[in-house]
Design a protein around this ligand. Sequence first.
Ligand code: SF4
Length: 368
Amino acid sequence: MDLDRHDFQLDELVGRIKSNDHRLVALQVPEGLKMQALEMMDQIEDGSDAKVVLAADPCYGACDLVHDKMMAMGVELVAHMGHSQMNIDSGMPTQFIPVTYEGEPEIEPVLGILDRHRSLSMEKLEGTEPSQLSEEEAQDRFLDAVGRVSPLSDTRLGLVGSIQHLHLLPKYKEMLEKSGFEVTIPTGGDRLTFPGQVLGCNYSGDDSTIGHYLFLGSGDFHPIGMVLHTGKPLALLDPYTGDASEMSFSRIERILRQRFGLIMEIGKAETFGILIGEKPGQMRRNLAIRMKRILENHGKKGYLLALDHVSPDLIDFYPVDAFVNTACPRIAIDDSVRYEKPLVTPYELEVALGEKSWEHGYQFDEIP
Ligand code: SF4
């Protein structure tokens, strides 16, 4: 990672620590920044009278605040890096630091992809999709790939990004508009802090006026969730490399085939472990209890299992036939091959039990 081009806002953090005369502060950083954490701790301790504790457990999002544990340790302020505040009450002073990246990729490489995606969404809007598609055309139809029947009212370009790049969105909106696109920076629900923000578990800014998307960010974690959630074509522009690409049909189709397979498999299951996430922003107790009731109504058994981290070695050994996960939705989608037994989302369980049908397409498990 090119650290020199990231803004960690350590001066602001040190200023806050000094003005409040904090003596013990905690630093919580995502996995990608752990290697640099000790350097940051040195910088904070050199600039203030505070001692710094690193919350060294894995951290994948602002859903995973360590405040209770740190409060018990006497920590007065938590500095949480790389994520923004969610709709959960941490109960103690927190400095959320988004860690912005200054790189600004050229838009030219992505314009051709956006143009093609806009045509796809116009065909969808006008209902003029040709009945006979070539293999290549068929593979371009993301809407069909995710089987969604999401009516469009317009074909605007939705401009979104991961938190490190959100400051670029207004400027990129202008550039894309100059290139002939009608652009929306969508605003989502309470779990999202900034316009254009998306999380791996929340794409709530999506609406029927958006026909296709451009994501500013790297990796495929957010893009996979976006296409599963929205069913819309998605172009990608990576500010770290300048590369333009698109989320491929075959990638999403592979995931959906796997989900279909797991739904078929759990149809025969009689006993389930129902996972409840203990992390504050992942805890969906009511959903877990609803799953238990639904299982009971179908003459099946569900055991509620609460965990902080969900991993194969912590659950594989339970003598149940399958697991339904109400913690981070991405555990079932991204990691299910690591588990010995089927691991499904609540929606997938409902489909398997006949409570929901496939006819409206795959429904992404979103945490609102
Ligand atoms: S619940 Fe999962 S996807 Fe959502 S913010 Fe937390 S780690 Fe990310």
